[in-house]
Ligand binder design. Structure first.
Ligand code: T5A
Length: 222
């Protein structure tokens, strides 16, 4: 496999934190950016779980309604998210990075740590095993930059009021508080990779913070 020359950027945070909104605005700005008068980089936008035929099928299973779907226990849930990620990396992310693309992913490994470890209560050791197994041994499946959008769960869930919650989004407030603590712990533990962004700020301010992080951390002209 060629050495990766692109950048993997992940956007993380709880329900309704504004990830999709940011991914859409950021991808537009990155697609217009030019480095040294060059033609600009390809920008690939993905979401997890999803982004491949297998990933979209797993998404439907994992995020279907709480009632009426198959019972999915916490350990099965962990490995289904890991399976979707392994496929996405092999089928889409690694080839894109090898083409020097900027790959923007709405949720990645940190969501597994926040939701399956902190939220569901699975052991750190088991979750690390699934996360590392999905990403594989090479560095190229590891994000160069992670933007963690922080909002209190009451705010994020409030933004989604009126929408039918999915199987995981419909968990109780205590679950979503643990998930938020999980994301905050990850951001604090890995300051070189993660930038914590105040997700309660206006969308334009969130985008500005993200652009600043991309420029400073990755040295990209945006
Ligand atoms: N999951 C996922 C795991 O448990 N483990 C894993 O390993 C992975 C990968 C994914 C679910 O799967 C779980 C986590 C999730 O429960 P999803 O469909 O991707 O589900 O759902 P979410 O990621 O939660 O996405 P949402 O659409 O619910 O929220 P977003 O993308 O964070 O928020 P967004 O941008 O859609 O905005 C929501 C609303 O808020 C407004 C928007 O206009 C919109 O109305 N908004 C703002 N309002 C005020 N200020 C801002 N700054 C705003 N930004 C957006």
């Amino acid at each position: 496999m060629n050495e990766a020359r692109g950048f993997l950027i992940t956007i993380e945070g709880g329900e309704g934190a504004g990830k999709s909104t940011l991914v859409s605005a950021l991808s537009e700005r990155l697609a217009r950016a030019r480095e040294g008068g060059g033609p600009g980089r390809e920008v690939v936008v993905l979401r997890e779980p999803g982004g491949t035929a297998l990933g979209e099928r797993l998404r439907a299973l994992l995020l279907g309604p709480s009632f009426g779907g198959p019972l999915i226990g916490p350990r099965a849930e962990l490995f289904l998210f890991a399976a979707a990620r392994a496929q996405l990396l092999d089928e889409v992310v690694r080839p894109a990075l090898a083409r020097s693309a900027l790959v923007l992913v709405d949720r990645f490994s940190d969501s597994t740590v926040a939701y399956q470890q902190h939220g569901r209560g699975l052991s750190a050791q088991l979750v690390r095993c699934a996360v590392d197994g999905a990403v594989g041994p090479s560095q190229e499946g590891r994000p160069a930059l992670t933007l963690v959008l922080d909002v209190p769960p009451e705010v994020g869930l409030g933004r989604l009021a009126g929408e039918e919650p999915d199987r995981i989004g419909g968990e109780d407030l205590e679950f979503h508080r643990r998930v938020r603590e999980g994301f905050l712990a990850i951001a604090a533990a890995e300051p070189d990779r993660c930038v914590l962004v105040d997700g309660t700020a206006a969308p334009d301010a969130v985008l500005d913070a993200a652009l600043l992080a991309v420029a400073k951390r990755l040295g990209l002209a945006v």
